[in-house]
Ligand binder design. Structure first.
Ligand SMILES: C[S@@+](CC[C@H](N)C(=O)[O-])C[C@H]1O[C@@H](n2cnc3c(N)ncnc32)[C@H](O)[C@@H]1O
Length: 228
């Protein structure tokens, strides 16, 4: 049961030069340009391999990327060396950020809700509210896994080599175990299941929403400002 394996297999998250990763960037770039009109200091939270950190750096922002995974950060730092990037990559926990309050103009949280249980996401949102400057923006992109789950089928192909061989939902649907299979191997990952309504209710505790864009049937891009 390993995210390590999941990220090493799916290039959409681990290889910023892959077509899959580039497609994610191409989808979000126009929205980031639209909703991040002033240059400033950005925290790319749960930055993974760093693709969005590099994009924002190229667009003129000053970027800090934070992730809890040593191996993801190693990838990000390798890519950074390659590109002569000045992004500062830091190991840390989104639930307890190593920054002073009012430190950032923007905080980005892209495609990362699967990692957090409800209490944990509450802590993450609270921390984002704390480190954002008044009038700063919290930019989030997520998939409504609660809506997507019934559509995920055994046999569905994901990536170039793998297909989904099992979808095991727990009785209260808070988490799901997905088994990925290739010709050579199989592995399982447990995801936290977040629906749009639950994300919004939690966000409402700390933020006011100022924009929303629907990316596809199950994926959303939202912009919030902190209540302070
Ligand atoms: C699906 S990846 C997304 C990475 C990046 N935002 C992107 O879109 O390419 C989710 C990331 O969340 C990170 N993560 C999980 N739990 C975390 C935590 N408590 N604090 C910081 N990062 C965390 C994982 O290591 C992983 O790199």
């Amino acid at each position: 049961m390993s995210f390590e394996k999941y990220y090493s297999v799916f290039k959409a998250y681990s290889d910023v030069y892959s077509d899959e990763y580039k497609r994610r960037i191409e989808t979000l770039e126009p929205l980031l340009l639209k909703y991040m009109p002033q240059k400033g200091r950005v925290l790319d939270l749960a930055c993974g391999a760093g693709g969005f950190s590099f994009l924002l750096e190229d667009l003129g922002f000053q970027v800090v990327g934070l992730d809890s995974s040593e191996s993801m950060l190693e990838r990000a730092k390798e890519f950074a060396k390659d590109r002569r990037s000045k992004v500062e990559f830091i190991k840390g926990d989104a639930r307890n950020l190593p920054f002073d309050e009012n430190s950032f103009d923007y905080v980005l949280l892209i495609d990362s809700l699967i990692h957090f249980e409800p209490g944990e996401l509450n802590a993450v949102f609270k921390e984002i509210g704390r480190v954002l400057k008044p009038g700063g923006r919290f930019v989030i992109q997520f998939t409504d896994l609660r809506e997507l789950l019934p559509v995920l089928m055994n046999g569905q192909v994901v990536g170039a080599e793998y297909w989904i061989s099992k979808v095991l939902t727990d009785p209260d649907e808070k988490t799901v175990v997905i088994e990925f299979q290739s010709e050579k191997e199989s592995f399982r990952v447990r995801f936290n299941v977040w629906g749009k309504t639950a994300v919004e209710l939690l966000a409402k505790l700390y933020f006011r929403r100022i924009a929303e864009e629907r990316l596809n049937e199950h994926s959303y891009f939202q912009v919030y400002v902190p209540k302070k």
